[in-house]
Ligand binder design. Structure first.
Ligand SMILES: Cc1cc2nc3c(=O)[nH]c(=O)nc-3n(C[C@H](O)[C@H](O)[C@H](O)COP(=O)(O)OP(=O)(O)OC[C@H]3O[C@@H](n4cnc5c(N)ncnc54)[C@H](O)[C@@H]3O)c2cc1C
Length: 596
């Protein structure tokens, strides 16, 4: 077994003390644990609730079983909160779309730091993207030729060691994408950047987190764990970290408990984690929380770090009153597909290629349309920005929101209102397959949700409330996007019908959904508030703006405790989140080592 050395079959074999304890063996956790242990100077323990399983299994047994609270602005529907529960975390179960945000995304992070010269900006993060992500391979030459496909090699690293995370462009092909591509590239307002990875939007190509040789999933376990075999690095699985324990204001250990109370699930060689009982494992230097944006705030709250009012209700002694823990929840939202009757099958252009046709959309060429608000609604983006800017910041936040969080939201509002005027601040991203169906994601929602302890059962899963469309402008913006796609498919500016002979009839939303009110009604019944990219619940922002961690990702008000995962994103990038998590984890590891 490639992981026999670091993986402790029996959690009781874990030492009482390590230099670093990493909570969560997920995307960020395994990356940080690799970097902290690679010099051999420090002992590192990673603690994971999931077990070692074959990768790429997006089934329910490798996810937590969490359901959101009813979404009052979405007809009280509830939604699954999918998060990987497995060694590798969400990178082991995700859809492998591999993207980074644009310049404004990361420069906003610097603005929200509330300090001069924050190094969390676009320029300073690029070397970490290159360290984190290696270019597995460019597109197959036949595909590149058919689509004039360009990409920027300099956005990625060139390390070919198998201990790497790879971005690999497509080998698959679906001829039906060609007419969509041809029409989109001629559509007004759609630009063709060299590559989305250089920070500009338009019609481009999304690689996948995929090994270039085996085409297997490239994820935190394959890139940062399997085969490392370091005697200073241990992993225990099927083990829950319940809370951080303090001496005064210094985090000195974590309290762990077995996932399964009996040995029923124990299985040798599968990392199912033998060993019993609650126990504290100490860290000499630092505890790193990498439990993801749903569980990191839960662990913090259980440890007495969170909004004092909530902790009081839960009868948890307050270590630090940090109102931002569990606030500021953001995700991308899924706009259900626009669908048409494609009554006459289009005569697909013939492609001279040796490639077998690959019909599955995700394994197709990876054509992705990413647009800012000016591209989506050239006539209304300025009005939408102005009406957002004119909202009192507290207007759509929960009642009794702490003043620091309102101040932080006011900063975000200012930055997003400016972003709404910028064609390179993504509002929508859509994978464009080979049929007249578009299912775009809203990339920068204006509403903010919460993750809070379940007060009647604090160790059960936390309460997740996306609060989607609590800011009503969210639905106005998505309605504009529906109109954009309608114009693209059937409007006079579109050349789609020059490329294919088709008779279109919209089947979804369909006739009867014309006015803004009708469209918003349809969205309330159909929109999905999460595509499993939860972020922002322990944000790196100024403390007076509701932040939870500082520029070094250290939790405010305590010593030797940091957070490294999607929770620290102050605002969600306008891109699928995993690539950014890897870059953040690489940077975090450098910061942690620098203060060792
Ligand atoms: C179904 C799905 C599809 C997705 N599709 C894409 C995509 O196509 N492209 C993309 O870029 N992103 C995608 N994402 C999102 C992306 O994978 C995540 O944003 C990213 O992996 C999160 O990394 P993380 O380190 O913050 O958390 P995770 O990788 O989720 O790691 C957290 C880890 O902590 C463990 N943990 C939690 N609580 C405890 C505890 N108390 N004790 C011990 N361990 C604990 C968890 O089991 C988990 O392993 C998808 C996610 C999902 C779930």
């Amino acid at each position: 077994s490639p992981h026999s050395y670091s993986l402790l079959q029996d959690r009781d074999d874990a030492q009482d003390v390590y230099d670093y304890v990493v909570v969560g063996g997920g995307t960020a956790g395994l990356t940080v644990a690799d970097r902290l242990s690679e010099s051999g100077k420090y002992t590192v323990l990673a603690i994971e609730y999931g077990i070692i399983e074959p990768d790429g299994r997006r089934n329910r047994t490798n996810m937590y079983n969490i359901t959101s609270v009813p979404q009052v602005n979405l007809n009280n529907r509830t939604f699954p909160v999918d998060v990987g529960c497995i060694v590798g975390g969400s990178s082991a179960v995700n859809a492998q779309a591999f993207q980074r945000g644009t310049k404004r995304d990361y420069n906003n992070w610097a603005e929200l730091a509330g300090v001069n010269n924050s190094s969390w900006n676009w320029d300073d993060l690029q070397p970490y993207f290159r360290k984190a992500i290696q270019l597995g391979s460019g597109p197959h030459p036949d595909i590149a030729r058919v689509y004039n496909m360009t990409y920027n090699t300099g956005s990625y690293g060139t390390n070919t060691s198998k201990h790497s995370i790879f971005a690999t462009f497509s080998r698959g092909h679906t001829p039906a994408v060609i007419p969509i591509y041809q029409a989109l590239r001629r559509y007004p307002g759609v630009e063709i950047p060299i590559d989305h990875s250089v920070g500009t939007l338009g019609l481009g190509w999304t690689p996948r987190s995929m090994d270039p040789i085996s085409l297997n999933r490239s994820y935190s376990r394959s890139g940062h764990y399997d085969g490392l075999n370091r005697d200073n690095y241990h992993l225990i699985t099927a083990t829950r970290v319940e809370r951080v324990v303090f001496e005064g204001k210094t985090a000195h250990g974590v309290e762990i408990s077995p996932r399964w109370p009996t040995d029923a699930h124990e299985g040798k060689g599968k990392g199912k984690g033998k060993g019993t009982g609650k126990r504290v494992i100490r860290a000499r230097k630092e505890i790193v929380l990498s439990a993801g944006a749903i569980h990191t705030p839960q662990i913090l709250q259980l440890s007495g770090i969170g909004p004092a009012s909530l902790l009081k209700k839960a009868r948890i002694p307050v270590v630090v009153d940090l109102p931002g823990v569990g606030a500021n929840l953001q995700d991308h939202a899924y706009q259900p597909a626009l669908q048409y009757n494609w009554t006459t099958p289009p005569p697909y252009p013939q492609v001279n290629t040796t490639l077998p046709p690959v019909e599955a959309f995700l394994f197709g060429p990876g054509l992705n349309l990413m647009l800012g608000l000016p591209g989506i609604t050239p006539t209304r983006y300025q009005t939408l920005s102005a009406s957002y800017l004119s909202q009192p910041p507290s207007q759509f936040l929960p009642q009794n929101t702490h003043p620091t969080i309102i101040s932080g939201y006011a900063q975000q509002q200012r930055l997003y209102a400016a972003g709404m005027l910028d064609k390179n601040f993504a509002f929508f991203s859509a994978g464009m397959g080979g049929s007249p169906v578009a299912a775009p994601q809203l990339m920068h929602g204006l509403s903010r949700g919460t993750v809070t302890l379940n007060l009647t059962s604090p160790l059960s899963e936390p309460i997740v409330d996306y609060r989607f469309a609590s800011n009503p402008l969210d639905l106005d913006i998505v309605a504009e996007n529906i109109k954009f796609y309608r114009r693209f498919y059937t409007g006079p500016e579109s050349t789609l019908r020059q490329h294919v002979d088709l008779t279109l009839g919209e089947t979804q939303p369909g006739p009867g959904y014309e006015s803004d009110e009708e469209l918003k009604g349809w969205l309330r019944a159909n929109l999905v508030p999460s595509v499993f990219h939860p972020s922002g619940t322990a944000a790196k922002m100024a403390r007076e703006w509701g932040g939870v961690v500082n520029e070094g990702l250290e939790v405010y008000g305590v010593e030797r405790l940091s957070v490294v995962d999607t929770s620290v994103f102050p605002t969600i990038p306008g891109a699928a989140t995993s690539m950014t998590v890897y870059a953040v984890a690489e940077k975090a590891a450098d910061l942690i080592k620098a203060r060792a």
